[in-house]
Design a protein around this ligand. Structure first.
Ligand SMILES: [Zn+2]
Length: 289
């Protein structure tokens, strides 16, 4: 079934240390949804040009639609929808989110990802999906409503699971399953990932995707952590799972190669702060605790 496009961060310069990262996004956005009326402090405007961003302290055109991102690190952040036909206010300087990662704090990067998702949602929900009438912003909530039939559209978030499967007892001899997807932009090995299907729970998605992609039966699925992944609107939900049985049988359309790896013999793994890298790093560091 659907495998996520596993892209990677392109730069690690200025990477914020994990100690400096917020514990979770409630520490980052305060508040997340409410319009910052009476906000004392600066404003930042994330101009969304296509799916790239250009951050400025001034809004390039007051007539462009805007969305509250939240108050981030003391500043009110706004997402500005730069119309496709408008002149690029950045004159080509807008960065895609991968490039922005290397130039921003983790908080800024998460806020920029949220901005792109909100703008993309509004752009793709201008008309009601049921009756085709033009939608309007709903009062009191972040939603687009249909004045004709009443259908409400909320910002989309697509849950996707990502899992690190291990085999053997904890310790230096334990192995992890890492795979290279057909759509990876570079030769590297990562955790298995895929979208959750309607009617499916997360643990079931882990077991199903692993079986589909590499033919193994796994279990003892444990939640680890999550990460917003704005490409275009995923929420990556990270798990660990234990190998139960089976031999590797690759789903050729999606997996180029997959192998078991010891901690002291890892292949090239995802760079940056992707949750895939975090899952792998956490596993490797278990022996050190
Ligand atoms: Zn409608």
């Amino acid at each position: 079934m659907t495998v996520l496009r596993m892209t990677t961060m392109t730069s690690q310069s200025n990477r914020p240390s994990r100690d400096a990262a917020p514990a979770n996004t409630s520490d980052l956005y305060s508040p997340i949804n409410d319009e910052p009326d009476g906000h004392v402090g600066g404003h930042k405007y994330i101009h969304v040009v296509g799916t790239s961003i250009f951050v400025d302290t001034l809004i390039a055109d007051e007539s462009w639609s805007r969305h509250v991102v939240g108050v981030v690190e003391g500043e009110a952040w706004w997402a500005i929808d730069v119309p496709a036909e408008a002149e690029d206010p950045s004159y080509g300087a807008a960065l895609d989110l991968y490039s922005y990662f290397g130039r921003s704090s983790q908080g800024e990067w998460l806020a920029a990802g949220r901005a792109v998702q909100l703008v993309e949602w509004a752009r793709t929900h201008k008309f009601c999906g049921r009756c085709g009438a033009a939608t309007e912003p709903s009062k009191g909530e972040r939603a687009l409503g249909c004045p004709s039939c009443g259908l409400i559209a909320y910002p989309r978030v697509a849950p996707a699971m990502i899992t690190l499967v291990t085999r053997g007892e904890p310790g230096p001899d334990q192995e992890a399953l890492l795979a290279r997807g057909t759509n990876f932009p570079m030769p590297m090995y990562s955790c298995l990932a895929g979208f959750v299907e309607p009617g499916e729970d997360l643990e079931g998605a882990v077991v199903r995707e692993v079986a589909e992609e590499v033919g193994l039966r796994v279990g003892n699925v444990r939640y680890q952590s999550s990460q917003p992944w704005p490409f275009p609107h995923s929420l990556m939900i990270g798990f660990r799972a234990d190998y139960f049985e089976g031999d590797l049988v690759l789903q050729e359309a999606e997996i180029v190669d997959a192998n078991w790896y010891r901690k002291d013999d890892l292949p090239t793994i995802p760079p940056g702060m992707s949750i895939a890298r975090q899952l792998i790093d956490d596993w490797v560091s278990e022996d050190l605790q």
